[in-house]
Design a protein around this ligand. Structure first.
Ligand code: SF4
Ligand code: SF4
Ligand code: SF4
Length: 257
């Protein structure tokens, strides 16, 4: 690729999936209107969901999924050694995602295995970890799944050696900008006041309360939100469950009860 006659070097990027639904990777490939532009910016050498090459020569590694087995820890550590920049992509990679719910049953996992997998042999008993609990993470892309636009923006910033600034304000800001009536007025629970914006308040706009997939906004006021939730008739158990789903509020769940 050339710009004003000068060769531009495209960064070599690789995508790796761990314990995940692969929805983050899918969000990259399924928005075709910007796919060609995205591919012109980078040289994709490894992306199991999209190409058959398995190149090992990469500079930027995107990690999708939580880390839930010993072999995944070793595989992730090898990737970290090769990558100049390692990006945790999606709620599973950033916080453990829905997978980290398993940790709540770690003292009594056997009935969960039977309930979910029946007779199929599942051997692991290890805790589910976010990527940064295993290796150093240079950047995080939030959401379940993250928006393709945000992934592309982050890649663009890495290629230009610039810092990507995430919104620090909460989802409520985007929700009000969309002209929505607050869901609490309809008796629905919503984590918008404490969750990092950037999704366009997509759930709240669809009349579905925010589940906090992007994790905490800067300085989230959980205590105030808890008071509102209790006043609106939600139980502490309901508040705890809502905060627990993606793992982004794991250090705050206990404060809610
Ligand atoms: S963050 Fe969401 S979309 Fe991405 S792998 Fe996890 S569950 Fe799937
Ligand atoms: S619906 Fe949710 S995101 Fe929207 S203003 Fe109310 S609390 Fe905030
Ligand atoms: S509204 Fe909440 S749950 Fe929905 S995408 Fe945004 S951060 Fe995630």
């Amino acid at each position: 690729m050339k710009f004003l006659g000068v060769d531009l070097v495209k960064p070599k990027v690789a995508f790796f999936d761990f314990t995940s639904c692969e929805g983050c990777q899918l969000s990259i490939v399924n928005k075709e209107d910007t796919l060609v532009d995205f591919l012109s910016l980078v040289d994709v050498v490894n992306f199991r969901e999209a190409i058959s090459d398995h190149g090992e020569n990469y500079e930027i590694a995107f990690i999708e999924g939580a880390i839930s087995r010993e072999d995944e820890i070793q595989r992730l550590q090898k990737i970290r050694l090769k990558a100049k920049v390692l990006v945790a992509m999606g709620a599973c990679a950033c916080f453990g995602g829905v997978n980290q719910l398993r940790n709540k049953f770690e003292n009594n996992l056997s009935w969960v295995k039977i309930e979910v997998y029946g007779d199929y042999p599942i051997e692991t008993n290890s805790r589910v970890l976010a990527v940064d609990e295993v290796v150093h993470v240079d950047l995080k892309i939030y959401g379940c799944p993250p928006s393709k636009a945000e992934i592309e923006k982050v890649v663009q910033m890495i290629a230009l050696k610039k810092v990507y600034n995430y919104p620090k304000y909460p989802v409520c800001m985007e929700c009000k900008a969309n002209g929505n009536v607050c869901l609490y007025d309809y008796g629905k629970m919503c984590l918008g006041p404490i969750t990092r914006a950037g999704c366009g308040a997509i759930c709240a706009t669809a009349k579905r309360g925010c589940f906090g997939c992007r994790g905490p906004a800067e300085e989230p006021n959980l205590e105030q939100l808890k008071q509102i939730m209790l006043r609106e008739g939600f139980t502490k158990e309901q508040i705890f469950e809502r905060l627990s789903i993606f793992g982004g509020f794991s250090d705050k769940e206990e404060d809610a009860v």
